[in-house]
Design a protein around this ligand. Sequence first.
Ligand SMILES: [Zn+2]
Length: 425
Amino acid sequence: MPPLRDATRLTPALRSTTCPACGHHVAVRFYDGGQRPLATLAWPSSAEAARTMERLPLDFVRCVDCGHVFNASFDYAAVPYSDKPNLMFNRGTLWRDFIAAAQTAIAARVGGGPATVVEIGHGDGSFLRALVAHLPAARLIGFDPHGATSAPGDGVTFERALFDPMHHMDALRPALVISRHVLEHFNDPLGFIQSLSFAASWHETSPLFYFEVPCVDRAIETLRTADFYYEHNSNFTTESFTRMLQRAQLSTEVIDHGYDGEVIYAIGRLSTQRAHAERAAAATSFDQAVRATAANIQAQLVPLAGRRTAIWGGTGKAAAFINAHGLDADRFPIVVDSDPDKVGTYVPGTGQPIRGRSWLVGNPVDVIIIPAHWRARDIVREMAAAGIAAELVLIEHGGRLIDYFRDPHPYREPAGAAARASGAA
Ligand SMILES: [Zn+2]
């Protein structure tokens, strides 16, 4: 391969932005289409309305890692999805043949039993309605806030709602999740697929999936720019579509093109990622424990407000503790710090003046709270050296405030030093 720089004298216009397909953060300018009106969703009703339409940036860049083409200035909120049908392609024979083949392929995988099939973004509902003939025993449910509604005799249910992965994956236990010509409109298609995958992992189910999007391989090869308009934030290449499925850790069985290479689809399973579910369980358990902790500590603080109590530390972790537990300046006005640079400033958020530690020599307190428990040992030494004593030194540990000298914890002085510090207190 010749060295690119010398051979072509190209200078890529680098963009630091996140690829919606693979999450890579470096892209280069691909097609600056200027400020243009919406192409498919606006439906202006007069020439004047058409001419005065809002212009939106076609700022297409290409991910250097997976080749995905996307609009770096896309804002999903600027696309006015409404009840107007977002029609795509056509009703031609080639298209019908492609759809029929896709339906045969996915129906064969679902089997003939009483399964539930979900389509996310069913649009005009034609795909799901046609699937009834292939899966007569299945329950077919479409989700689309702006999609078609069910008619009697459809044999399908159309919900005008968003599919909520965590809720619906459990409530419906779908055997198959379909999404066609939807992912390219999203801000974050990879994130969406990952959320489906996570919900499946959490609920220990592994439904089949069928995802289909337009493919821009040929548009790129042939310098076709008509493909790149605002509503399609994401323009998948074979490589970027494949990479997105890999990044979402799906078990992909088939990736192929249809409709003369203009669309790409994949069939596979949302595989169960046990490690994801375990991390989520650990995080949730931390979250719940912290909530319980906050209540414990609040209760312990109430009697301390009636005693002469100092907080040792007024910035960083100490400020986080003071704010998290609401140690306001009225109830807890005394804050000291070991660091002379902090003295004379105020605790962020609550406003106690931060005093030097030596203030406590002339103004002894009953209780000292050390929020930065990892520094507790040093602070206790400082107290001993400066002749500062308190009846009680408290640190946060295991979800409550504990007595530094009497309760068990891992931040204690080695035995000899502890005795000296305790003697000082
Ligand atoms: Zn990418």
